[in-house]
Write a protein that binds this ligand. Structure first.
Ligand SMILES: Nc1ncnc2c1ncn2[C@@H]1O[C@H](COP(=O)(O)OP(=O)(O)OP(=O)(O)O)[C@@H](O)[C@H]1O
Ligand SMILES: [Mg+2]
Length: 448
């Protein structure tokens, strides 16, 4: 791990040496450079310490270095060294974003005090960043599943998170659209900023406009006090427009303007406010089709859909069903403080046969009911699934089902052949035949 180190930059060797000595005597680690250019080769965002830099230097001066460092990392404290009595210069240094300044000749106590504060601030920033990184990693972990579809989705989210472009997330109800949106935000450079979600179907048109844009006092009868809107609130973060298909056509024009101009005006005000946001929209509908039919503004559709994430329904990733179920069962059992019932083959069988029209959300409900009552899906929804003609013939279904049972047994046995055939009550050879038939590789089920 990097130790906090103070980077000292001055073209005069005696001043460099004096500073470094003072810092060393106070038990700080310090390195010195004779020019800003040299220092820039070493400094980066991960620099744990702070920078002390002379203003007047022959080539790149202190102000230029300050500007360069602010682009590199605006949270890196830079302390500038000013000549005696150069108040004007010191003030303009602070205005340009310097953390503080110290005057020549240095007063030891003052120097050490400024350094200590600067280092404290830097440490806080580092800790925050680490926390954010952990949260980002957790968010990545939070999307559960090993199916090809989910692995692909997770990779795509990580890639798109950095791209900072408007994104449209499509998928049936309960497939994890909001989870994907949060994950995009948490893994992006905007994760320091807010994630602001708004459900476009939940509010009447008039209120929605006020919610999104905010208003000044007196903008309408009930507007007693000014209120900041969701767009403004999401500044430097992400706004999540859920059920975006419900945006009324009249409001769509105004939202389109925000996306194009990155500016808003509160209701009852003519003043434009710049906003820096990433827009993620989610829909259960086919937005392209709606826009072709004139039910959704086509230009808004193209603005929102710079990239598209598609969340597959659970029935198309049945490899993940039992995994997700186990996860939600364990969550429910610790939440309710109840020991979860065993997952018998019958339970797994029922889960695999179900069509999951409510997707992951439905699965969560079923897992909770299972923990609380030891019952699964009611007969009616099961019957619905059985009448679903999109499923294939009985022999195909049996094979499909057999493959899933073997996968499940392998997963429980963590890839051990012996425990798998014993668990399934079949002969070793039968298991090998079936692994070959279904193209299953037991290594895939071993713990890393
Ligand atoms: N792959 C997954 N791993 C873990 N949890 C998931 C996954 N997918 C969805 N969930 C969970 O399922 C629930 C529903 O997901 P979410 O709210 O993101 O779905 P949605 O697509 O926004 O649904 P709706 O269209 O109904 O608003 C949430 O509790 C979410 O955390
Ligand atoms: Mg949702």
């Amino acid at each position: 791990m990097n130790l906090p180190t103070i980077c000292v930059i001055d073209d005069h060797q005696d001043i460099r040496n004096a500073l470094v000595e003072m810092l060393h005597l106070a038990d700080y680690a310090a390195v010195a450079f004779a020019s800003a250019e040299d220092a820039l080769k070493t400094l980066d965002r991960s620099w744990q310490g702070i920078v002390i830099c002379d203003i007047r230097m022959p080539k790149m001066d202190g102000f230029e270095l300050l500007a360069a460092l602010q682009t590199l990392d605006s949270d890196l404290p830079v302390i500038l060294i000013t000549g005696h009595g150069d108040v004007q210069m010191a003030l303009s240094a602070i205005r340009s974003g310097a953390y503080d300044f110290i005057e020549k000749p240095f007063r030891r106590e003052h120097l050490l005090e400024v350094v200590r504060r600067g280092l404290d601030k830097r440490q806080l920033v580092s800790e925050n960043r680490q926390l954010k990184d952990t949260i980002a990693a957790q968010y990545k972990e939070k999307i559960i599943g090993h199916s090809t579809a989910i692995n692909g989705l997770k990779e795509k989210i990580t890639r798109l998170a950095k791209a900072d472009v408007n994104t449209l997330i499509c998928g049936e109800t309960g497939t994890g659209k909001e989870l994907a949106a949060r994950s995009l935000h948490e893994q992006s450079d905007r994760n320091k900023g807010p994630f602001v979600a708004i459900n476009c179907a939940a509010l009447p048109e008039s209120m929605m406009e006020a919610e999104l844009f905010g208003y000044e006092a007196g903008a309408f009868t009930d507007a007693k006090k000014a209120r900041i809107g969701k767009f403004e609130y999401a500044h430097q973060g992400t706004i999540f427009l859920d059920e975006v298909e419900s945006i009324p056509l009249s409001l769509a024009v105004k939202i389109l303007r925000v996306l194009q101009e990155r500016q808003i005006e509160r209701l009852g005000s003519n003043q434009s406010i710049n906003i820096d946001i990433r827009v993620i929209a989610a829909t259960k509908s086919d937005l392209k089709q709606l826009s072709e039919q004139g039910a959704f503004r086509e230009d808004l559709y193209y603005r929102l859909n710079v990239v598209e994430l598609h969340l597959p329904p659970l029935r198309q990733r049945d490899q993940d069903i039992v995994l997700l179920f186990r996860y939600f069962v364990s969550q429910a059992s610790s939440r309710f403080n109840i020991v979860a019932p065993d997952l018998s083959l019958h339970v797994i069988d029922t889960l695999m046969q179900h069509g999951w029209p409510g997707n992951v959300r439905e699965l969560i409900n079923v897992a909770e009911r299972f923990v609380l009552t030891d019952t699964l899906i009611d007969q009616r929804s099961l019957a619905n699934w059985q009448s679903d003609s999109s499923r294939s013939s009985l022999p195909n279904r049996l094979e499909h089902y057999e493959k899933r049972l073997i996968e499940e047994a392998l997963s429980q046995a963590q890839g051990s052949i012996k425990r798998t055939y014993q668990g399934l009550g079949i002969a070793r050879k039968t298991l090998y035949d079936k692994l070959a038939k279904y193209g299953l590789d037991r290594h895939r089920f071993m713990d890393d």
